[in-house]
Design a binder for this molecule. Structure first.
Ligand code: HEM
Ligand SMILES: CC(C)=CCC/C(C)=C/CC/C(C)=C/COP(=O)(O)OP(=O)(O)O
Length: 327
């Protein structure tokens, strides 16, 4: 496994001055929707869902208003990190087809505006989460934003094909933040939720990268598909999907799991591994000819996998008052 991008794939450099590429140059009006888009609402919806589950399944009752406030500010913090990511990545977003329509590359929002919004919402969300729950949770949110923006986006994304493995930790922290908001600390259960998302992220992202390779190579981003090719990426997907299963099962056997979660873990992981084996075995020419059907299906399945897994934890907790659910 290599570390660092080969010379043929030099990482993108952010060489331009911020003012060169502002919305003013394009003279386009930004709508409210553009500012919402800066917060990456679709991706963040699942992030926020996992944080909400982390908060609800924690063994400490939280007043519904406090719980609502906590989720709101975790969502805002996640959105803020998305705006800061779009601010820094504007140069590569301009090159990739998938991201060209985003508010900054499309010229409707300036980089300065995205930076200002991201910083303001980051500060506000961490402060308010700290005030509404506890300072450990507030600081954890701040650390997660820092990890996504500085460690992943600014540092690793353009440096190494392991970018999303290490940087993916940022996306795995939210259930721990939810748990911390309720309990003020960390536990085996919250670490298992982290481990589940951490090992889920590589298959989630690399499945997408398999059918987006041209975008990343055009932008000079050293994603595994670009630096090591698709065959290697296919094998890496399978390795992480297999590694994911024990964490999913351990979580279902933990104090927040139960029969529903165990059944979900067995079915979902069997299906995920089956999909990953199919993708690992695929010949590139065959995949290209059929429009990367199996790879697209695996990416979609990854989203359902995480939603259903965390949904099962929620069901387990909801059944507890009825004397059902849990061990
Ligand atoms: C470093 C880690 C991750 C990377 C690199 C990554 C990458 C991506 C990319 C590139 C897309 C396509 C997005 C688009 O076109 O707007 C995507 C979609 C998505 N990701 Fe991730 N992801 C990561 C972690 C996560 C995590 C932790 C979650 C949730 C817990 C998540 C949830 C989603 C969702 C829900 C979508 C679909 C969005 C849609 O419907 O447009 N991702 N991911
Ligand atoms: C609460 C909190 C702060 C949560 C942060 C959660 C988090 C780190 C989510 C990461 C998900 C994500 C959009 C990755 C995209 O990678 P990319 O930025 O390389 O994708 P792109 O090419 O679509 O911009």
């Amino acid at each position: 496994m290599g570390w660092g991008a080969p010379a043929a794939c030099a990482p993108s450099q952010r060489g331009r001055a911020m003012s060169d590429i502002s919305a003013i140059d394009h003279g386009q009006e930004a709508s409210f929707g553009d500012y919402v888009q800066l917060l990456k609402p679709r991706v963040m919806s699942l992030v926020v869902f996992t944080a909400m589950v982390g908060l609800i399944v924690a063994p400490v009752a939280v007043h519904p208003f406090v719980a609502f406030t906590a989720i709101l500010f975790i969502a805002l913090g996640g959105g803020a990190s998305g705006a800061l990511n779009m601010w820094y990545d504007a140069d590569i977003d301009r090159v990739m087809r998938r991201t060209q329509g985003r508010p900054i590359p499309a010229g409707r929002v300036s980089e300065g505006e995205a930076l200002g919004l991201g910083l303001a919402l980051s500060g506000l969300s961490c402060l308010m989460l700290g005030l509404a729950t506890n300072w450990f949770a507030g600081a954890f949110l701040a650390f997660t934003i820092f990890f996504y923006v500085v460690v992943y986006t600014i540092w690793l994304k353009r440096l190494t094909p392991q970018n999303i493995v290490i940087g993916g930790a940022a996306g795995a922290f939210p259930p721990m933040i939810g748990w911390a908001a309720a309990t003020g600390g960390v536990s085996v259960e919250s670490l298992l939720m982290f481990a589940l998302i951490f090992t889920w992220t590589p298959p989630h992202f690399w499945a997408l990268a398999l059918f987006m390779k041209d975008d990343y190579s055009k932008a000079g981003v050293p994603m595994l598909t670009v630096t090591h090719g698709r065959a290697v990426t296919r094998r890496h997907i399978l390795v992480y999907t297999v590694l994911l299963a024990p964490f999913a099962i351990a979580l279902s056997l933990s104090s927040i799991g139960g029969p529903v979660t165990l059944a979900a873990a067995l079915v979902l992981n069997a299906l995920f591994i089956r999909g990953a084996i199919r993708v690992a075995r695929r010949d590139e020419a065959v995949a290209e000819a059929d429009g990367y059907k199996a790879e697209k299906a695996l990416f979609r399945f990854s989203l359902g996998y995480l939603f259903l897994h965390f949904g099962a934890l929620l069901v387990e907790t909801s059944l507890a008052p009825l004397g059902l659910g849990g061990w």
